[in-house]
Design a protein around this ligand. Structure first.
Ligand code: TMP
Length: 176
């Protein structure tokens, strides 16, 4: 769906239930996060409740480094460390905001609110930036539009019930 809407991704094809073929990329060590509604570490960091709908999405980067606990990172720091060029940063931000609009519409179509999500990008051998890794309930916050029921990994993180059932609900709605 993203490719059909002009987003360049590493995805080639699905092979079976558990495997897909993807273009080879070098992953950039950045977690790229969009927030449409306050939740998770945002709510904790700023001492606000979850569920505040933002007028505009927020764009955020973390440095992917487990030893350092994936610290927040701004544009200048990513450029200073040579992780991306200024042009690559601009492209990543523009692409990510577009992905957000596409995903928000997609999930709205199945009665789900896209609260926030994390994506990753990689570069191919020609230096093109491609959306890579995954988009799943592990990497998005998804709330039922009507009931606000959590349908994502927060079920596990917060011990709210059966994770598989939550993910299955999302899959069932996607499959119609
Ligand atoms: P956060 O509120 O914990 O910072 O998470 C923001 C979004 O990023 C949320 O949808 C979950 C996702 N995420 C990951 O996919 N991997 C991670 O390691 C973290 C910290 C968050």
């Amino acid at each position: 769906m993203l490719e059909e809407n002009g987003i360049h991704t590493h995805y080639i094809e699905t092979l079976n239930e558990t495997d897909m073929r993807a273009k080879k990329v070098t992953i950039l060590p950045l977690e790229v996060i969009i927030r449409n509604i306050s939740a998770g570490s945002f709510a904790k960091r700023y001492g606000v409740e979850e569920g505040i709908e933002f007028k505009e999405p927020t764009f955020e980067l973390s440095y992917k480094n487990d030893d350092l606990g994936d610290p927040l990172m701004n544009e200048d720091h990513a450029v200073a460390l040579g992780l991306v060029t200024r042009e690559q940063y601009d492209e990543i931000k523009k692409t990510t905001l577009k992905i957000n609009e596409l995903l928000k519409d997609f999930f709205h179509g199945i009665g789900v609110t896209l609260v926030d999500f994390k994506i990753e990008f990689g570069t191919d051998k020609d230096g093109n930036i491609l959306l890579a890794d995954e988009i799943s309930p592990d990497t998005c916050r998804l709330w039922d539009e009507k009931t606000k029921e959590k349908l994502d990994k927060d079920i596990f993180r917060r011990d709210l019930g059966n994770l598989t059932e939550g993910y299955q609900k999302v899959l069932d709605r996607i499959r119609g």
